[in-house]
Design a protein around this ligand. Sequence first.
Ligand SMILES: *Cc1c(COP(=O)(O)O)cnc(C)c1O
Length: 412
Amino acid sequence: MKTKGFTADLVHADRIAGVEHGGLRQPIHTSVQYGFDRVEDLIGVFQGTKKGSFNYARQGTPTTAALEAKITRLEGGRGTVCFSTGMAAITAVFFTLLRAGDHLISSCYVFGNTNSLFGTLRSLGVEVTTVESGSIDEVAAAVRPNTRMVFVETIANPGTQIPDLEAIGALCRDKGLVYVVDNTVTSPALFKPKAVGASLVINSLTKTVSGHGAALGGAVTDTGEFPWQNYPNIAEVYRASNSADWGLLQVRKKGLRDMGGALSSEQAHQIGLGAETLSLRVAKSSENAQALAEYLEAHPAIQKVHYPGLPSHPQYEIAKKLFKSSSWLQSFELRNADRMLDVVNRLQLPIKATGLGDTRSLIIPVAPTIFWEAGAEVRKSMGIADGMVRFSVGIEEIEDLIADFEQALEGA
Ligand SMILES: *Cc1c(COP(=O)(O)O)cnc(C)c1O
């Protein structure tokens, strides 16, 4: 059976792939080792000639493979490798595909821990340049002979900046650069980075894909767009198979087998369950976010709302063109910044906590928490105002959210 719908495809994926006893979803495989009747088959698994078999759970289990297949379908990709967290997925991409002396260009608007990881990359001899990714001219001007990769986030957390995704895709194709797009905030429910020529797509499955704040996970999806036969950093041993598989094979072998950030079957199962309602949850939380952004922008106590669904947002047109909605992520600043902590404290419904893409609304002042270690200078370079509050909008009823803001902002 062929389905066109995002959710129909997702909720029937395991059953159609075939599960023992007619099960509707892949069970949780807890085995670490996988045994063989004939030693030749075991040898075949090690040498990559026996496909579709499992060996040792650090490289995957039938449960993580079922999740990988779902993410691949959602992203319209060629293959996916899952990791224990989104950061493990990002680390695997950088550390398995870049070498000392290579150059990486990144958007200056990225997740704080990704920015911190750039420091580690630099200490190991990889050059990293961060650029204003909304300007294709700035990105193009940063390209050097040793540039290998460009990294961006679809909607940046927490400032909601959007790169010139299509133009960067064209540039990467033209220059032969690996284009890595972190799709965490939009998720495949709102946007498939393959459409703008992404080579690899990152998803932190911890966020909106699993959606309930109950599991950690990450994924790297190869869209099939990048010609790996032209990439210099593929080890000889991985060049035996079809060249379309080389990039992801190296990410799996080096990033998962050697670096060890494996996703457990239990977490993969939890993420797969949560993902079944991805499109429904994102539709509701985005609708809430749009209404709340409009409410906040019109409120006299609010100085600025950062949300791509508002015409005041610098990349409003890009968001409208490329994304199904403007997502559940927004941030705002108060006119009277001194009242910020008081307003956050007065809110009853949103939980004062870090994290994103949950069923529940989560709120956090940015500068004194998630961007504290980065320091004032880095915050300024990443467009983070001291009074910025990040709001990850949940699926609660909008009337309750607005009523809560109404009372919290009173007199602010
Ligand atoms: C949270 C997040 C990550 C990291 O994901 P974890 O699963 O928490 O490691 C990466 N990128 C973005 C945009 C994120 O929001």
